[in-house]
Design a binder for this molecule. Structure first.
Ligand SMILES: *Cc1c(COP(=O)(O)O)cnc(C)c1O
Length: 454
C-alpha cells in the first residue's frame, strides 16, 4: 500500500473534522437561506478553475456560503413540509457507503449489501403484514417509488385486459402531486374520486365508479397512508377489498405516513395495508434515514421484474447470476440501473438502536400532535381544523389573512425559533405543524403558538 498524497491527507483531516463537528451538534442550527441569488452566485463564481486550490479554501466556501444557505431539515425546529431526523448511526453509515463505493445494482457485484437491504425490506413487509414472497428495492424517493409501482400496475393491467388502449387509475383528490405526475408520464388518466372528508373510502370509490359510464379501463386504485398536508390515512381495508373485487392493482402511497405502521398506537389505522400489490414508504421521512431513500415493495415481485428488467448483452451476466433462490437484483424492481446501496444506513441504524427505539420515536411525533391539538383547542383565537391522525396539525388563527400567516412564519424563522411555512386547506391559508423529529418539544410549540396571540 502506498501512502496517500498530501492533498488527500489534508482533506481527510479537514472534511472528517467538519463532519465530526456536525455530527456532534445537538441540536443542529436551524439556519436560513437569505442570501440573494446574485450574491450566492458571485461568491461561488470562479471557484472552479483550471488550476487546483487548497481543499481548506474550498471547504471554507462551503462552510461560510453554502451550509448557512441551507435550512437544516434535521433541526427539531424544522416544522414545515415534511422534516427529517436521520439518526447519528444512519448518517455515519451513509458516509461509509460513500467511502467504500458501495453500489447495490446486482447480486453478482454486491450480494452482501443487497442481502442486508433485503432484511430491512423484509422487516417493513412484516410490519405491513405483506406475504412471504414480497420483495422490492430502495429508490431515491416517493416520486420514484410511485412511478415504478404504477408502471408495473399498468403493464399488469394491459396483460390482464389484453389491450393496448389508454387506461385509468382511481385516485382521491388528496393524492400526492407525484401521483398526478406519474399518471401523466405513464399516459394514464385519473378517475378522480371526490372526497368530502379528504379521505378515500370504499363507499366514495364505489359511488364514483358506479356513476362512471364504463370503468372497464381501470388499471389500479391508489390510496394514501398519510396525506402529506394533513396526515390522513385512507380506508385501506375497504378500498383494498374493492380494488381486488374488481381485479385492479392496489397501490398504497405511504411515502410520508407509511412508517406509522411501526407505532403500536397507530397500527390499527393501517388495517388493510396487507392487501397492497405495491407499497412505498420513505425512510428519509419518518424512518430517520438520510436523504434520499424510499422502500418499494411488491406483493408479486416477478410482475415488477417483467416491467423493469433492462435487457442488454452486457447485462446478461447479472441476470444469469440471479436465478438461485435468495439472489436478487434490485435493479430489476424499479426504473433504474445504477443505484447506491441507500438502504444500508437504515440497516445499520436499525441494528444498532433496535426496532423499539424506532417505534418510540414515531409515537413521539404522534403524541406531540395530540398535545398540540389540545393546546390549540384551549385558545379562543385558534381553531383546530381536524383531529390529527399522525404527526401533522392544521389550525386556523381566527381573523388572520394569508399575509398575517406569512409574517408570523417569517418572523419565527428570522428569530431562528422555527421554520413553519403556512399551508392551504380548502383554499384558505392556515397554520401547519409537521412533527417528526423526536427532539421537538412541547415548549417550542407553546412558543410558536404564543406568537399568534391577539
Ligand atoms: C413526500 C411524498 C411523496 C414524494 O416523495 P419524494 O421522496 O419527495 O419523492 C409521495 N407521496 C407522499 C404521500 C409524500 O408525502
Amino acid at each position: 500500500m502506498h501512502e496517500v498524497d498530501q492533498t488527500t491527507e489534508q482533506m481527510v483531516r479537514s472534511v472528517l473534522a467538519y463532519a465530526e463537528n456536525r455530527l456532534r451538534m445537538n441540536p443542529v442550527p436551524l439556519d436560513k437561506s437569505t442570501m440573494p441569488a446574485h450574491e450566492l452566485y458571485e461568491r461561488l463564481d470562479g471557484l472552479i478553475r483550471d488550476a487546483p486550490r487548497q481543499p481548506d479554501e474550498v471547504l471554507g466556501v462551503y462552510s461560510s456560503v453554502i451550509a448557512p444557505s441551507v435550512i437544516s431539515a434535521d433541526s427539531p425546529r424544522f416544522l414545515g413540509f415534511i422534516p427529517a431526523a436521520p439518526t447519528k448511526a444512519s448518517l455515519l453509515f451513509d458516509m461509509l457507503v460513500s467511502c467504500a463505493s458501495i453500489q447495490g445494482i446486482s447480486w453478482l457485484e454486491a450480494s452482501g449489501a443487497i442481502a442486508a437491504e433485503n432484511t430491512v425490506l423484509r422487516l417493513i413487509a412484516d410490519e405491513a403484514g405483506l406475504p412471504a414472497g414480497t420483495g422490492g428495492c430502495f429508490v431515491s424517493g416517493g416520486s420514484a417509488g410511485n412511478l415504478s409501482s404504477l408502471a408495473v400496475a399498468r403493464e399488469t393491467a394491459k396483460k390482464r385486459l389484453g389491450t393496448d388502449r389508454r387506461l385509468r387509475v382511481v385516485v382521491g383528490t388528496d393524492a400526492h402531486s407525484s401521483i398526478v405526475n406519474t399518471l401523466r408520464l405513464l399516459e394514464l388518466d385519473a378517475l378522480v374520486v371526490d372526497t368530502p372528508d379528504h379521505r378515500l373510502t370504499a363507499e366514495t370509490v364505489r359511488s364514483a365508479v358506479e356513476a362512471d359510464p364504463d370503468p372497464s379501463d381501470v388499471a389500479a386504485l391508489v390510496c394514501t397512508s398519510g396525506t402529506t398536508n394533513a396526515g390522513i390515512i385512507d380506508d385501506l381495508a375497504g378500498c383494498g377489498a374493492f380494488a381486488h373485487e374488481r381485479g385492479w392493482w392496489f397501490h398504497v402511497d405511504g411515502a410520508y405516513g407509511g412508517s406509522g405502521i411501526f407505532a403500536r398506537s397507530l397500527r390499527p389505522k393501517y388495517d388493510g395495508i396487507e392487501q397492497a400489490d405495491s407499497f412505498i414508504l420513505d425512510p428519509h421521512k419518518w424512518l430517520f434515514t438520510p436523504f434520499d431513500c424510499c422502500a418499494v415493495l411488491y406483493r408479486e415481485p416477478e410482475l415488477a421484474r417483467a416491467t423493469h428488467t433492462q435487457d442488454a448483452s452486457y447485462l446478461d451476466v447479472i441476470h444469469t447470476a440471479g436465478n438461485v433462490a435468495g439472489e436478487w437484483n434490485p435493479t430489476d424492481y424499479a426504473y433504474h440501473l445504477t443505484r447506491r446501496a441507500r438502504g444500508l444506513p437504515l440497516w445499520f441504524s436499525l441494528a444498532v438502536y433496535g426496532v423499539d427505539a424506532y417505534r418510540e420515536a414515531i409515537e413521539k411525533a404522534a403524541w406531540l400532535a395530540q398535545e398540540t391539538a389540545a393546546l390549540i383547542k384551549r385558545e379562543s383565537h385558534l381553531e383546530l381544523i381536524r383531529e390529527p391522525d399522525l404527526g401533522v396539525v392544521l389550525f386556523r388563527r381566527i381573523g388572520w389573512s394569508g399575509k398575517d400567516y406569512d409574517d408570523w412564519a417569517r418572523q419565527l424563522h428570522e428569530d431562528e425559533i422555527a421554520f413553519i411555512p403556512p399551508s392551504k386547506w380548502e383554499g384558505e391559508t392556515i397554520g401547519r405543524f409537521a412533527f417528526l423529529h423526536p427532539d421537538t418539544t412541547l415548549d417550542l410549540v407553546r412558543e410558536v403558538l404564543a406568537r399568534t396571540k391577539p
